[in-house]
Design a binder for this molecule. Sequence first.
Ligand code: NAD
Length: 274
Amino acid sequence: MSDDPMKLVVVGAAGRMGQTLIRVIASTEGAVLHAAVERPGSPAIGRDAGEMAGLGANGVLVTDDPLTAFVTADGVLDFTSPASTVIFAGLAAQARLVHVIGTTGCSADDDARIEAASRHACIIKSGNMSLGVNLLGVLVKQAARALEAAGWDIEVLEMHHKRKVDAPSGTALLLGQAAADGRDVDLSSHSVRVRDGHTGAREDGTIGFATLRGGSVVGDHSVLFAGEGEIVTLSHSAGDRSIFARGAVKAALWGFGRKPALYSMLDVLGLSSD
Ligand code: NAD
């Protein structure tokens, strides 16, 4: 590794997160925007990436050719869609790039393919790249462990902007997983993702999810621990997408030169042992 800045490719460059990443890279020492990639047919192809992100021209033109972009890069920041992310994981592994994945809504099959790619390249994947939410996950795990015996009910509530396409959010699932880890149970067999109609009484030991969508909310999450006569609420509110973008760039810099494996933001932030 040299002292040269880490050359980063932003895929999904015209998206909400893509544009935020381009702005954050521009203000991060040790990182440089190497290429900006969009899907074929996107109106952004050929545009100057800096201008598109509201920074002024930076000479990096948006391309639909990830292969050429990856060959000479050091890392890729990927907030796109599950289908694209699986393809990018294969390409990034071939080019031995650090691949930071923020994309949410991946299926178990998608995750298996991403894990396979991590045998050849350093991948950092997280449903939420912010310091605050990852700390919240640690606190949720501790609370779930501490409140287990007393029979407290756990509910995860989230709200996002109206254009979000997956539910529950990746962050809600991350927090649900933290609660399940605290109780030492499997999340998928203990979660209640939807309630409608005559559902019967709440089953003890389940972890419930509730999803709200509307307006321009960047991401609000609460984990409620409901006991007899009292409720403990742990929550996080994202005011600005740059918290995710700063986390993603930090993850890329952390992963540069690290051995191939699948890492999470807890590893990047040094919170993985809690
Ligand atoms: P968005 O729809 O605004 O942007 C996605 C962009 O990806 C679009 O511009 C789209 O054209 C592009 N894209 C799709 N397929 C592509 C391909 N094959 N090649 C290149 N570009 C392609 O969405 P967004 O709000 O920026 O969110 C993107 C993803 O990131 C979602 O899954 C969202 O849930 C997730 N997200 C994660 C975090 C986190 O911290 N992990 C934070 C915010 C959003």
